[in-house]
Design a protein around this ligand. Structure first.
Ligand code: PLP
Length: 657
């Protein structure tokens, strides 16, 4: 296993002093215990310091001398200078995860500490003391502290203690499988530690996810610090559950929620569970590629103005295709009306760790951010985080709702993986994301060089009405126009899978989206390029690609989704006896959420008025050759049906105004 390398940058404008410091500190690192491979290097100007921090992903800490620094020259050839305070601000804005220490002169102590009070400075040293061993010990301890994984360490300790288990889970460290003629193969396949580490709340030293006071509390606290939150909670049932927990905390039945209609289906389920009154905002559609983008800023601001009584607003940023909102003005407008802002960052959990992706939702002022750590960082599937910055956070209520949705037997491997994902993001996130960005750039160029496939840039992806909304693209989500390759998207995906062993992320009728993460390697990029190049060289005549029909516009919400959902309802077939669209469906009210995949936007939510357009749309999807998942459609024998409210049930419900 490779040993870590940790560099600490000393910044001091006096060459001789700098040399002495770097030499003294490196000597201390050599002669003392140094498990993190700490080494010191020095620069004399702010420009060099900023360049080093940008280019060297192994830098873990900076030691800044309190003086004026040269930044460069302005247009009139005058030297530009910055104070240590400004330099610290620039550094922490660029890489907030770094530890920052200041070297000060004794006589200036009070002024410096006052000036830097609000900055994220971890400590001070007197320059004159030249206590290199003391400085090294403190810096080493600080970096080790950041690299700790309190829950995972304790889990490992417990496993190595090899206690006899008289508690759940029933497999008892895998003993029930080990050596079995029937299931030992599963034990061998998964590996012994998967079973050893699968423990339960019966082990007090591993804390409790439902009432954390020990190592889980500590791990969550470290995650909050890393992601810039006041509080962080580990969720072991994905962002799907995280969204529901927040809704149930913020919204009482009947209270208004502003939401993108294109939000993930867990958001729509959260509406049913919380009893909220949803106000749907239509996201923009890029018709050329069948991509549903963010909601236009004008639409969001208008909704905030029209519904100042809303309790909360939820948006997805970035979207599955990597489009990210300019969140600050939207959040500010919501806050003026006391509307809490939740941002679903399921696809953006890494953003804090590279300036290319910032500001994060929390940095832009969001009250809540939910992140599928498992989607884009190194956590196991289902492991997510809920970050809270709400100044009015009602912890008791949140805890009740969190516990309502959390199993009393959470998978401890998931919790450990969140702890480790946080550590990795803090210690090497910047470095790995820099590599991912470089690979994304290379891949985009390679795709374009095939002459057949084309990687889409922001201008291609943005629907017209979003042109002036300050939307940006996360370059690690690469959407490829496949319309020139001579295959349908399904056939191309099949070819990539069967001939080239490549599984892609998602598609529309003429695009494929590839997801690059910190786990993407150069070899993987090369193999994909090779596959696309070979397909391109087949020079197949372009096929006519069949557009997925556009989702009909939202109709009207007659009743609260929760009220409609809990009605027994009745099933009405989508087709009549003659296989025509069933006229009886129009003007009824749906009781279920009906969601075709792709694009995953609900055509119907419970309580919504069904129109002929909607019935025809559903019928067209059901008739289509292309096999498509349509969640919410019920089959009675071969008959696809929709659950709708009975007439007498409608009479018993209070219609929405
Ligand atoms: C925008 C969005 N939010 C939430 C989720 C749910 O996340 P999880 O899979 O962590 O439950 C998804 C999953 O695809 C998603 O795309």
């Amino acid at each position: 296993m490779a040993k870590p390398v940790s560099r600490i940058l000393v910044i001091n404008d006096e060459h001789l002093v700098l040399r002495e410091f770097v030499k003294g500190l490196n000597a201390a690192a050599r002669s003392l215990d140094n498990p993190l491979g700490i080494g010191f290097s020095g620069v004399t100007t702010a420009k060099e310091a900023l360049a080093a921090i940008e280019s060297d992903g192994d830098i873990q800490a900076v030691l800044v001398d309190d003086t004026l620094y040269t930044l460069g020259k302005n247009s009139g050839s005058r030297r530009l200078q910055v104070s240590a305070l400004e330099l610290v601000q620039r550094i922490t804005r660029f890489r907030p995860e770094l530890s920052v220490y200041i070297l000060i002169a004794q006589q200036k102590e009070d002024d410096v500490v006052d000036a830097l009070f609000t900055e994220s400075v971890d400590g001070y040293f007197y320059r004159e003391e030249r206590d290199y061993r003391g400085i090294y010990r403190i810096l080493n301890a600080q970096i080790q502290e950041r690299a700790r994984t309190p829950f995972t360490d304790q889990l490992k300790n417990y496993v190595w203690m090899a206690k006899d288990q008289w508690h759940t889970p029933g497999h008892s460290s895998g003993e029930s499988l080990r050596g079995s003629p029937w299931v030992n193969d599963f034990y061998e396949f998964m590996g012994e530690h998967v079973f050893d580490a699968d423990l339960s709340v019966s082990v007090p030293m591993l804390d409790s996810l439902m009432d954390p006071k020990g190592v889980i509390a500590e791990a969550q606290h470290m995650a909050a610090q890393a992601f810039g939150a006041r509080r962080t909670f580990f969720a072991t049932n994905g962002t799907s559950t995280a969204n529901k927990v927040i809704f149930q905390t913020l919204l009482a039945p009947g209270e208004k929620l502003l939401l993108d209609r294109n939000c993930h289906k867990s958001v729509h389920h959260g509406v049913v569970l919380s009893g909220a009154h949803p106000i749907y905002l239509d996201s923009a559609l890029n018709r050329k590629y069948g991509l549903y983008g963010p909601v236009p800023k004008k639409t969001v601001l208008e909704a905030i103005r029209k519904h100042p009584d809303a309790e909360a607003l939820i948006l997805t940023s970035c979207t599955y295709d990597g489009l990210r909102y300019d969140l600050k003005p939207i959040i500010e407008a919501a806050h003026v009306k006391n509307i809490k802002v939740i941002i679903d960052e399921a696809w953006y959990g890494f953003a804090r760790f590279h300036p290319e992706f910032r500001p994060t939702a929390l940095e832009a002022g969001a009250d809540y951010a939910t992140q599928s750590t498992h989607k884009v960082l190194s956590a196991f599937s289902q492991a997510s985080m809920i970050h809270v910055n709400d100044p009015d956070f009602r912890e008791h209520l949140f805890r009740e709702n969190f516990n309502m949705h959390t199993s009393t037997s959470p998978q401890y491997g998931l919790i450990a993986s969140l702890d480790v994902a946080r550590k990795q993001a803090v210690m090497e996130g910047y470095k790995l994301l820099s590599r991912t960005l470089a690979l994304a750039k290379e891949l985009r160029a390679q795709i374009n060089s095939t002459g057949v496939f084309r990687s889409l840039e922001l201008e291609d992806l943005l629907p017209e009405e979003l042109r002036h909304d300050g939307i940006r693209l996360d370059p690690t989500k690469v959407t490829v126009d496949i319309s020139g390759c001579g295959y349908t998207v399904d056939d191309l995906q099949k070819v990539l899978f069967e001939r080239f062993n490549i599984q892609t992320e998602k598609s529309t009728f003429n695009t494929l989206t590839l997801l690059l993460t910190i786990g993407t390697t150069r070899s993987k990029v090369s193999r994909l390029y090779d596959a696309l190049m070979r397909v391109a060289r087949e020079k197949r005549a372009p096929r006519r690609l069949v557009r997925t029909p556009e989702i009909p516009a939202f109709t009207r919400l007659r009743y609260l989704p929760r009220d409609a959902f809990y009605c027994g309802g009745e099933l009405v077939p989508v087709f009549d006896d003659k296989e025509r669209v069933n006229k009886a469906l129009a003007r009824r009210v749906g009781a279920d959420q009906i969601v075709p995949y792709p694009p995953g936007i609900p055509v119907l939510v419970p309580g919504q008025l069904i129109t002929r357009d909607i019935a025809e749309y559903l019928a067209s999807l059901l008739r289509s050759q292309k096999r498509m998942e349509i969640h919410g459609v019920v089959y009675e024998g071969y008959q696809p049906c929709v659950r709708v409210l009975r007439v007498e049930e409608e009479k018993s419900l209070r219609p929405l105004g």
